[in-house]
Design a binder for this molecule. Sequence first.
Ligand code: ADP
Ligand code: MG
Length: 395
Amino acid sequence: MAKKSMQDIELTGKRVLVRVDFNVPRNKTTGEITNDVRIQAGAPTIKYLSEQGAKVIVMTHMGRPKDDTDPILRLDKVAARLAEIIGQPVKKLDKTVGPEVEEAVAAMQNGDVVMLENVRFLPGETKNDPELAAELAKLGDVFVNDAFGTAHRAHCSTEGVGHILPGVMGFLMDKEISVLGKALSEAEHPFVAIVGGSKISDKIGVVQNLLEKVDVLMIGGGMANTFLKAKGYEMGTSLVEDDKTELALEIMAHAEKLGKKLLIPVDVTVATAIDAPETAQTVAADQVPADRMALDIGPETVKIYQDAVMNAKTILWNGPMGVFEVDAFAVGTFAVAHAVAKSPAYSIVGGGDSVASLERTGLNDEIDHISTGGGASLEFLEGKKLPGVEVLQDK
Ligand code: ADP
Ligand code: MG
């Protein structure tokens, strides 16, 4: 069932409690914001609420504090950056809940924007403590959830308040849910997925769910090693999850039964260690020397994967093809990124490291949808329900 959006409700004069994910990367000593993409991404929702004449009360988490003592995790710099982006004042409050906050909210005019202090300064937040949820809910008439990146967590500010206040999706949430939802339910075919990353155990749910939906599923990264090992190849010192080879065999058999193409590397780039790029060499996937580890997909594999991508109508990419943090092992990942960008298909990229690798290629603008949620997009692609979405009102 589709969820309500901001356009579906009356906002003028309402106190709107809006949850965003402004957990931005910061310099560890100065607290300066080093990348404000998440603030940029959430700003349109806040701007819109203000323009509609709502009293906008912004809440977000920052980091994983155990209490409220770390000054680096205060939100003053975040509020200041948001103010710059939306071009209007954002009053940063020193507390998250309580009498001072209630007073500040009572003094708001229509269109004003305030930001509460870091919700995770309160231990009840991640416990979804009903008392804290009630304290937060007291501040608003309506709940807008725009924090897709934390929608897989049932916390007070992402889920708890939605049981008390009527909740709707913000623009970012709306976009993520509709794009990813469409990919899973009504993608244009051929639908090609590329799944990589370090471990099969992290992505198994995604692989299983996607296999039912796609025409071609290509595996790369560390998790490919487990598939290769399952086929009986010796993988040297590669990252292999030995307790998952059985599962890898089951997945390959299932793909065959479904008539889906499951592609795994035919060649790999190996080295003696991640920090020994000078030892890098390409070998056939069944020829990994005993003292080498597979750290990237090889050029033959790149060609095969590129072809599949060029023939797709829909592409979903999650997880790097190799240890892209090291240039010598980033070749496969960057080649796939280029192919995805060049392909005329509708392209979706998700996953924290995949998006980071994409950013290094400078091809972001060529991608149709870059998902802002790492864990949340994974869970969504696994077919799981996200608590921060489920709690919102149905259309
Ligand atoms: P995402 O964040 O996009 O979901 P993951 O977190 O699952 O991706 O995986 C990214 C990590 O996987 C990267 O740090 C990369 O170095 C690692 N990785 C990729 N290929 C290999 C490999 N062959 N061996 C070890 N680690 C790998
Ligand atoms: Mg990651």
